[in-house]
Design a protein around this ligand. Structure first.
Ligand code: FAD
Ligand code: EPU
Length: 335
C-alpha cells in the first residue's frame, strides 16, 4: 500500500495498492495493453483532485514524462514542446529565462504541463488556450498516439474535451505552446496588476515584470498547499442569465460581475460564498479560507469525505440564498 497524500495538494490520506510511474509513452502502451480493466486515474501534480475514499481501488498512473525543446522557430513566435510531467510553474520560469512571453500571467499555478489543458488553466486575464498550439495524446481505447490541435480540444472556461466529452479517454503526453520572443502580448487587464504597475512606475512591463506581479498577488491571496491543504478554487465561477444577475443587483448593488454575452454574466463564486456567511468559517477539520472563500482548506486531518461534505454544505447555502448551483472545479474521485 502506498499513501498518496504527499502527492495531493489537499493533503488527505489516500491509500492505493497499485501505482505506475509513466516515464515514456511505451509505458502507457504496456499498461493499457495489459490492464485488466480495474479502473485508473492519471495523476499529475495532484493539485486539482479530491479522493473521497481513504483507500482507492484505482490504478494510479503517475505522469513522469520529462523534457522540453523548441520545435519550430518562426518570425512571430516559436513552437515549444513540453513533456506532460514537467512542472507548470518551473516551465513558466524557464520560458521567461529564454526570453519567451505568453504564459507569464499563469505563473505559480501548481501542477504539471499535462494537466494544464484539462481544465484550460487560467488566471489574471489569460488561459492556456490563448497560446496552445497542440496537444500530444495517447488514446487509451485505440492504444495509439496522435496530435490534437487547439480547435479540436474545444476549450472553454475551465473546460475542454478532456474534462467533459472525452473524460479519461486521452492521456496527454506533451503540450506545444506558441511563445513569442518579441512584440509580446502583454495582458495587464486584471485590476490589481494594473494598479501594481502604476505603483511601481512601470509603464512598459516585460513578461518577467508581469510574472513577478502575478506571483506577488497570488502569494497574498491563496494559501500555499504545503502549509494548508487545498485545491485552489473549489467551484467554478457560475455563468448566470442576466435576469438572475438583476435580481441579485437589486439586493446587492456592489456584486462584481463580468459580461459573457448580451444574455449571460459570470459571477464570482467567492463573493457568493462570502455573502452566505462561509468565509473564514471552520467546521471541524475543514473550512473556507479567510482571505478567499472559494478555497476550501484542510486544517490537517480532514478526510476526503469531510472536505466534500463541507463543499456540499457551501453549495447548498448558495443555492438556498441565490438559487445558483455551484459546479465543482476540483475533480472528485469516487472510486
Ligand atoms: P492533477 O490534480 O494531478 O489532475 C487534475 C485532472 O487532470 C485529473 O482529472 C487528472 O486525471 C487529469 N490529468 C492530469 N494529468 C493528466 C494527463 N497528463 N493526461 C490526462 N489527464 C491528466 N487552476 C487554474 O486554472 N488557475 C489557477 O489560478 C489555479 N490556482 C490554483 C492554486 C492552488 C493553490 C491550487 C492548489 C490549485 C490551483 N489551480 C488553478 C488548479 C490546478 O493547479 C490546475 O487544475 C492544474 O492544472 C492541475 O494540475 P495537476 O498536475 O496537479 O493535475
Ligand atoms: N471575492 C469576494 N470574496 C471572496 C473571494 C473573492 O468578494 O472571498 C470577490 C473579489 O473581491 C473579486 C471577485 O470575487 O471582486 C473575484 O475574486 P478573485 O479575483 O480572487 O478571483 P476568483 O474569481 O475568485 C479566479 C479563478 C482563480 C484565478 C483568479 C485570478 C476560478 C474558479 N478561479 O478566482 O483560479 O487564479 O480568478 O484570475 O475561475 C483556480 O482555478 O483554482 C484558481 C485559483
Amino acid at each position: 500500500m502506498l499513501d498518496l497524500s504527499p502527492y495531493l495538494s489537499f493533503g488527505n490520506t489516500v491509500q492505493c495498492s497499485s501505482f505506475f510511474k509513466i516515464n515514456k509513452t511505451q509505458d502507457l502502451e504496456d499498461y493499457f495493453t495489459n490492464s485488466i480493466g480495474k479502473g485508473y486515474l492519471i495523476l499529475g501534480g495532484g493539485s486539482n483532485v479530491l479522493f473521497l475514499k481513504e483507500k482507492t481501488g484505482l490504478d494510479i498512473l503517475f505522469i513522469s514524462l520529462k523534457g522540453k525543446h523548441v520545435v519550430l522557430e518562426e518570425d512571430a513566435y516559436d513552437l515549444v514542446e513540453f513533456s506532460a510531467g514537467e512542472n507548470w510553474h518551473e516551465s513558466v520560469i524557464w520560458s521567461l529565462d529564454q526570453g519567451y512571453g505568453g504564459i507569464e500571467n499563469l505563473s505559480l499555478i501548481p501542477g504539471t504541463i499535462g494537466a494544464a489543458p484539462i481544465q484550460n488553466i487560467g488566471a489574471y486575464g489569460v488561459e492556456i488556450k490563448d497560446v496552445l498550439h497542440s496537444v500530444n495524446v495517447f488514446d487509451t481505447k485505440e492504444k495509439r498516439s496522435f496530435i490534437l490541435h487547439n480547435s479540436e480540444c474545444k476549450f472553454a472556461y475551465r473546460d475542454s474535451i478532456f474534462k467533459s466529452k472525452h473524460k479519461g479517454k486521452f492521456v496527454i503526453t506533451a503540450v506545444t505552446l506558441k511563445l513569442k520572443k518579441s512584440d509580446y502580448n502583454i495582458n495587464a487587464t486584471y485590476g490589481a496588476i494594473g494598479q501594481k504597475l502604476i505603483h511601481k512606475g512601470i509603464d512598459k512591463p516585460s513578461p518577467k515584470d508581469i510574472s513577478d506581479l502575478v506571483i506577488d498577488i497570488r502569494k497574498t491571496k491563496l494559501p500555499d498547499p504545503k502549509e494548508l491543504g487545498n485545491g485552489g478554487s473549489f467551484f467554478k465561477n457560475p455563468v448566470v442569465k442576466n435576469s438572475v444577475l438583476h435580481q441579485i443587483l437589486k439586493m446587492y448593488s456592489e456584486v462584481p460581475h463580468y459580461p459573457i454575452n448580451e444574455n449571460y454574466s459570470k459571477l464570482p463564486a467567492g463573493w457568493l460564498i462570502e455573502k452566505v456567511g462561509w468565509k473564514g468559517k471552520r467546521v471541524g477539520n475543514v473550512g473556507c479560507h479567510k482571505d478567499q472563500a472559494l478555497v476550501i482548506v484542510n486544517y490537517g486531518k480532514a478526510t476526503g469525505q469531510e472536505i466534500w461534505n463541507h463543499a456540499l454544505n457551501v453549495q447548498a447555502s448558495v443555492n438556498e440564498v441565490f438559487g445558483i448551483s455551484l459546479i465543482p472545479e476540483v475533480n472528485i474521485i469516487e472510486a
